[in-house]
Design a protein. Sequence first.
Length: 335
Amino acid sequence: MTLGGTSLLVPVRDASQIGEARRAAVRFGVALGFDEADTGKLAIVATEAAANLARHGHGGDLLLRRADGAGLAIEVLALDRGPGIVDVAHAFEDGHSTGGTPGTGLGAIRRLSAACELFSAPGAGTALMARLVADRPRAPGVTMEIGAVSLPIGGETVCGDGWSVAFTPRGATAMVVDGLGHGPSAALAAQEAVRIFSGESRGRPREIIEAIHGALRATRGAALGVAEIDTEARSVTFAGVGNIAGTILGPGFARSTVSLGGIVGHEFRRAQEFHYPWPEGAVLVMHSDGLQSQWKLDAYPGLAECHPALISGILYRDYSRGRDDVTVLALRETR
């Protein structure tokens, strides 16, 4: 099974935009096949999350993403740079409010969601993840939790980045691609890379890159990174061409992956594989150069143990360059 896709960004700067966030969530759910009941739950979660952004977070961003893997699912990610929450557990209790409201918003989000996590630090903002799952059978072979943000540069309607994850019997293979430049031509290159990956994902990372290289000759080309996680051998095999960064993070462990120079679809000598340990509890983060490279999860105590959606969301919130398409992909073994 292969996952991929982009995120829908809904800015929420004040209370006047809460209604638009709700309507955007409803449109998103209907387009993906949520029925009336599931769309109603999604609307409530989006409304409450947007209200928290406006009232408590001094404004922020609501991101929605298709998140298959546990049946048809939609992930809601709310990001702000507000004052943060001192006592997260208490904040989920009904009746707790710091803004004169009934104080049932976070509790309602958690009750309506199949999974819900929140990361916050006083003075450093809040990130909330809620996943809503349609009443369908769970997809087999899903052994990874995934978080992803993939958004175009401001002013563009299509994203020149892309990502995909294929689950394997021993773990997963992940890809991040960055079409050169931005706009429709970059998006075409990224989409073609994602298409080829879906048919080649059981190959080795080097083989996948070489297959995509041949397919991208008629495009402007791309930077590309492919990582194979083997949970039995406790290893990661990575091959990259261009500015796709990868970092493996574990307890007391951090290792950056190596990407070689070149342009997939045009010029590079040969894809080369590098091997890294995959410690218990590790997280893999891959991203395009739309994200600054000088980030450290140590600045967010406890975040490395959170759902990858919160990791990718906070890195996007705090380290996006703002002048290019951006993709952040995070993976860890299902807890």
